[in-house]
Design a protein around this ligand. Structure first.
Ligand code: FE2
Ligand code: FE2
Length: 267
């Protein structure tokens, strides 16, 4: 089973980069999963953007702390089954955090979790949430994929090893910066600390740098805007999972720098 996974997609430049890459890869992979927490103008997701992503061949969407930024999401997150928010939000929060899916006759589980270190301490413990979900879904399939949306490398690595041998794949999102530590762990879990973002690369992790610099110079909060005037980078991973054992057999990074002019006709 061949997976194409993208990290945080930042606004229109990120969506363009994704469409550009899917033109080459959609036909040669079984499953496409994308993190959409910044997909609509850098903040959250709208129904229109959700539909645009579906039209380009995205199968499943995960998210993170920015999922609630655009209030439109409350109007449709409970109506779709392919858009997840972190599973460790407290009971009663709209949407769902995991699901059992089937693709090309293969059953698998996708779980979205969010770390708590330097991020959101109001959430339930993601390690224990994973245990609870694992107990429920592992009777159904041994293919279990986890988007671990978190800030710190230590929490992500600790979780990767905690889930090694139970999850098929643990990949990190949220920092927007890819790490080079992709590996198959000792007990067969494919792992990377962060997949990285897709968006304009000459930017403050996808946003116009002016406001970010201003904030660091003055300490005063600023209103951020997606950078759209620069060339684009796509960051993702390609993963091969053995459908019989549920183990990852190969994980590689997929990074492509694309000139802005090349993308203008793409969306
Ligand atoms: Fe993000
Ligand atoms: Fe995030």
């Amino acid at each position: 089973m061949r997976l194409f996974v993208a990290g945080d997609i930042i606004g229109k430049p990120g969506r363009r980069a994704l469409r550009y890459m899917l033109k080459q890869y959609r036909q040669v992979v079984d499953l496409v999963i994308v993190n959409v927490e910044n997909a609509a103008g850098g903040f959250g997701i709208t129904k229109k953007v959700y539909e645009e992503l579906k039209s380009m061949g995205v199968d499943l969407m995960t998210s993170g702390n920015h999922i609630w930024d655009n209030k439109e999401v409350f109007g449709f997150i409970d109506e779709v089954d392919d858009l997840l928010r972190p599973a460790n939000y407290p009971d009663g929060v709209p949407g769902r955090g995991y699901g059992i899916f089937e693709k090309s006759g293969v059953k698998f589980v996708l779980i979205n979790l969010m770390g708590r270190s330097l991020l959101d301490s109001n959430l339930d413990n993601p390690f224990k949430t994973f245990d609870r979900i694992y107990q429920e879904v592992s009777k159904e399939t041994n293919i279990i994929l986890v988007d671990f949306h978190a800030e710190t490398t230590s929490e992500k690595w600790a979780f990767g090893i905690y889930a090694d041998g139970r999850a098929s794949l643990v990949y990190g999102t949220h920092t927007h910066v890819p790490t080079a530590d992709q590996i198959v762990l000792k007990h067969g879990t494919g792992y990377i600390t962060d997949v990285g973002m897709s968006g304009c690369w000459y930017s403050a992790i996808g946003m116009k740098p002016k406001e970010a610099i201003e904030r660091f110079l003055t300490g005063i909060p600023q209103k951020y805007q997606v950078e759209e005037q620069e060339d684009v980078v796509f960051n993702g991973i390609l993963v091969e999972i053995d459908p019989f054992t549920g183990k990852t057999t190969a994980i590689e990074r997929l990074q492509r720098y694309i000139k802005r002019e090349e993308l203008l006709g793409v969306l």
